[in-house]
Design a protein around this ligand. Structure first.
Ligand code: GDP
Ligand code: GDP
Length: 437
């Protein structure tokens, strides 16, 4: 099912962060009495009625050294680009300000639906403060109080009203979604172009909406794929495209929509901290992953260089031991042909289903080769039965006598045994333990 995105916009200090936290239902971000406070998160999942949606707090995306008006303009533009519905927040205690009018005018020009919430209406008597906000031209103002948790339900009802029209617009798409993520300049755009330019790839017309304008549909060996280009947006030359927070947000959103993620590294520059952070996002999301070392043409090398780089990747990305590595060049097209089989294999692995009978044979053999651990009182872990509950990534539930007895190292051992028995190349696997009732 399509998961809509809501972006929260407004001037600093109107209460965006407070409302964001209310909606995601956790009090995680730090709220202080000063504008531009540090935020823990600017992207999270929210629920209202029967809807689950993504929520972006655009107030958390800042570019240093830009003037104030430039900042709020940028935040509004990001909201327009990323969101299906925009939740504009104003401060009922300040009345309409020229900055509110400035933001409202930018939003009006877009075709995106906007819901206007007047915050800091902490009691019933204050409700008359909302009427002057009609002049923003964004429709009915909804009184809310982020700190007291008032009125938010009515505003969210209005937000989800807009979701209803989205559902009919977006149809299920059976293609395998592939994205490329990585630091700026590693060669993502060049790779996208090179991949789409391969002779056996048939690029079809871009399906769908403007929101997905950077997606490209193609067919390879009769299998439909969609390539999600996270870099394409940046090429429009907007200043904020280069901010780290926005590129992390874009990567997170691309990963969420992907089945297979190509983590692109720059062979010429080697591994940086930011590479690890970006790869970590894909791993945590449970996506199938291929590590692509680009610009291999520009690397001075002998017969040991590739092996050495591989070892360096393995030691820097230990949690990605399941991800295959390929060394390519978007420029000379060297080994580009390896990408398609790797993508197909990783997708197949992440969607493999193991029969319960086979799985339990492997579990019994594993336990007989390496007995389950005991705790300090001598109580031993018993694994009664295992079953696969989902794919993308393959997720297994093991029914045990006591979940506390399953140590990290034994879980790791079981994972390795499963990987020996079945080909899970390119995909993480999840193992969940449950106490048997
Ligand atoms: P942001 O900069 O727009 O994200 O604003 P914050 O969420 O950081 O809030 C700014 C200040 O307004 C903080 O001191 C909040 O405690 C306060 N605040 C937020 N919502 C309300 C509200 O509904 N009523 C009142 N009285 N204060 C609020
Ligand atoms: P992105 O920011 O990750 O999308 O990177 P781009 O695709 O824009 O590439 C950044 C720069 O690296 C450009 O100047 C490209 O020409 C260059 N580049 C990309 N791929 C290769 C490659 O395989 N070899 C070499 N030598 N340069 C490359």
């Amino acid at each position: 099912m399509y998961k809509p995105t809501v972006a929260v916009v407004g001037r600093p200090n109107v209460g965006k962060s407070t409302l964001f936290n209310r909606i995601i239902g956790e009090r995680k971000a730090i709220v202080e009495d000063s504008p531009g406070v540090t935020r823990d998160r600017l992207y999270a999942e929210g629920d209202w009625l029967n809807y689950t949606f993504n929520l972006i707090d655009t107030g958390g995306i800042e570019i240093k050294d830009e003037p104030f008006q430039q900042q709020i303009k940028m935040q509004a533009e990001i909201a327009i680009l990323e969101a299906d519905v925009i939740l504009m927040i104003v401060n009922g205690r300040d009345g309409v300000t020229s900055d509110d009018l400035f933001v409202a005018r930018i939003l009006q020009k877009s075709k995106k639906p906007v819901v206007l919430a007047v915050n800091k209406i902490d009691n019933y008597e204050m409700r008359s403060e909302i009427y002057e906000f009609y002049q923003l031209g964004l429709g009915e103002p909804w009184p809310v109080s982020g700190s007291h948790g008032l009125g938010l339900g009515d505003a969210l009802d209005e937000v989800v009203q807009h979701f209803k029209s989205l559902e009919t617009e977006v149809e299920e798409d059976p293609s395998v979604k592939v994205s490329l993520i990585g630091r700026p300049n590693v060669g993502k755009s060049s790779l996208v172009n090179a991949i789409l330019g391969e002779e056996r790839v048939i690029v079809s017309d871009i399906a769908g909406t403007t929101r997905d304008a950077v997606d490209t549909a193609y067919t390879y060996e009769d299998q439909p794929f969609t390539l999600i280009d996270t870099a394409g947006m940046r090429k429009r030359g907007k200043v904020y495209e280069a901010t780290e927070k926005y590129s992390v947000l874009r990567a997170t959103r691309a990963i969420e929509r992907s089945d297979v993620v190509l983590v692109v590294l720059n062979g010429e520059e080697g591994i940086r901290e930011q590479d690890k952070r970006i790869a970590g996002l894909a791993h945590e999301a449970g996506r199938a992953i291929i590590i692509v070392v680009n610009k291999w043409d520009a690397v001075e090398k002998d017969e040991k260089t590739m092996r050495e780089f591989e070892l360096e990747i393995r030691s820097n990305f230990q949690y990605l031991d399941y991800a295959p590595i390929t060394f390519v060049s978007a420029m000379t097209k060297v080994r580009l042909k390896t990408l398609f089989p790797l993508i197909q294999e990783a997708y197949a692995s992440s969607h493999m289903r193991v029969k319960s009978s086979t799985l339990n044979e492997v579990l019994v053999d594993s336990v007989s080769m390496n007995p389950t651990p005991t705790d300090s009182t001598g109580r031993r872990l018993s694994i009664y039965y295992g079953t696969q509950v989902s794919v993308g990534p393959p997720t297994f539930v093991l029914f045990v006598n006591d979940v506390e007895l399953m140590h990290f190292s034994y879980r790791r051992y079981i994972e390795n045994q499963l990987r020996k028995a079945f080909d899970f190349t390119g995909t993480p696997i999840h193992i969940i333990t449950r106490k048997r009732n």
